[in-house]
Design a protein around this ligand. Structure first.
Ligand code: ZN
Ligand code: ZN
Length: 255
């Protein structure tokens, strides 16, 4: 078994708040420079850019998990990932159904386009992606769980759009695969305030909106190989697979 570098929270050009430089090829090249083994594509409430990034990743030896950063009815951000295209597409239908019809104003919020590997525009999302879905956190978690996906409350230490800021704590019956903390987390302080966090595997990611943020915070995982199912096992601590820790500035974070 080997240690792998995993950054599961990267936005692309499709997210209105991400820089236009976040094209599939630029993301993969940067991830390669940062020696990432696995990255997760997590645009706000949409999975539409992730497949192109996955294809390119395959050519550069980078495993790409396809999914989204959903915004629940309670305005809790959660990372979701699926094992194959069939499930990804099924979840996209669910997102289209549950994303309210609020029109994007690109001049105000930013462009929402998805592109091919050569940066030709494949489509424009007309609905504003950063609004909340009309389904609650436990409803989305149940849907993702039923589809055998990963469901990870995002940047749980943050004072906005997190499970702690919106709900105070995580209901123990919500089926989550792990908890993500932001690059700025003070882990000991966070655990003191929210002791329930210790019941879960905790991962760190960059939440990159621009290229130079990719890999700035990531998770070291012990895996047989870099794949969706191995990461799922590591989050559960199964068969020797595990989350080793969060790496920031090239060091294991121990604060
Ligand atoms: Zn977020
Ligand atoms: Zn994000």
């Amino acid at each position: 078994m080997n240690r792998y570098r995993v950054d599961l929270h990267i936005h692309t050009v499709l997210s209105p708040c991400a820089e236009l430089e976040m094209s599939p090829d630029a993301i993969i090249k940067r991830a390669k420079e940062e020696k990432m083994d696995v990255i997760g594509i997590a645009d706000h409430n949409s999975t539409r850019q992730s497949e192109v990034v996955k294809q390119l990743g395959g050519e550069f030896g980078i495993t790409v998990l396809c999914g989204a950063e959903i915004n629940t009815k309670e305005e809790v951000h959660c990372l979701v990932f699926f094992e194959n295209n069939e499930k990804l597409n099924e979840f996209q239908v669910y997102l289209d159904e549950h994303l309210p019809r609020v029109k994007n104003k690109p001049e105000l919020f930013g462009d929402q386009v998805w592109v091919d590997r050569d940066n030709n525009i494949l489509g424009v999302e007309e609905k504003l992606l950063i609004v909340a879905l009309d389904v609650s956190m436990d409803e989305v978690a149940a849907k993702v769980n039923e589809m055998e996906g990963l469901f990870i409350p995002a940047h749980a230490d943050k004072t906005r759009f997190s499970v702690t800021s919106q709900l105070g704590f995580l209901l123990p019956d919500i089926p989550v695969s792990g908890i993500e903390v932001s690059a700025n987390v003070k882990m000991k302080e966070f655990e003191l305030k929210h002791p329930w966090v210790k019941n879960y595997s905790v991962i760190g990611s960059s939440d990159a909106h621009m290229l130079n943020q990719i890999g700035s915070s990531y998770t070291s995982m012990l895996l047989e190989k870099p794949s969706f199912s191995e990461i799922k096992m590591a989050l559960k601590g199964e068969a020797g697979r595990k989350v080793v820790g969060i790496i920031k500035n090239d060091r294991l974070s121990t604060d």
